[in-house]
Ligand binder design. Sequence first.
Ligand code: PAF
Length: 281
Amino acid sequence: MHSIRRLEELGEALSAWRAAGERVALVPTMGALHAGHMALVDAARRAGDRVVVSIFVNPKQFGPNEDLGKYPRREQSDARMLAEAGVDLLWMPSVEIMYPEGFATTVSVSGVSDGLDGAARPGHFDGVATVVAKLFGQVRPDVAIFGEKDYQQLAVIRRMVADLDLGVEIVGLPTQRDVDGLALSSRNAYLTDDERLAARALPRALGEAVQALQSGAPVDEVLEKVRAKLTAAGFEAVDYVALCDAETLVPVETLDRPARLLAAAKIGITRLIDNLAVTPE
Ligand code: PAF
């Protein structure tokens, strides 16, 4: 596996593959890799001839009171995992390479970025869209793989790629879960043992809500029950529980189209998000 930190070297490796007509698949990450990321890498191997993984903890997507400073950084063990998984190239740019002096562009995807995490974390999706557009410009992948766990992020990226004719195929991979149902996330590492047990209420409450919605229960009652279950389980703050159109993320009041049930809630210092598909019978 080539580990590359300079743009010139990246260009050289990629142009050799392109000249050979090889299809390049990109998995953008912020590192601290876990089994969820490795599933994205497996999907990338199926989708392309060459797999590029980027690791960049993007300061533009963290708010002033968020965890940028203590976001887990494990470069060496990440690189080992990726090499063992057969990744061809690891792209690890510095902040100076990504955002050099004078950098002045922000990519903002309105509508789909506005509610849910966009409302709870102002500016977050501008940071995500800007860095992903930049990574697409640097790597020029044929296909890029993202997890459905960050469902709103996936919807923002799909919209951006369609709006800007970026010509990158976007693959969304179903959320990878631990045996207890909790969605895999780098932030699970912050949970204490007790919080970890309590956190199982999140996927459980969402799963029960999907059953209820698909059996015709009123949307507002179901959402309220999810909030109550999370609070009873020990979540201190429930940012949102919402049923939204699966593509635009506009809230829906009746289940009359493919939808997504999404929630974000805080337990201890850790903010967890999760979502499930809801399909009208
Ligand atoms: O999902 C993530 O890890 C990040 O938001 C991404 C897509 C790598 C952009 O920094």
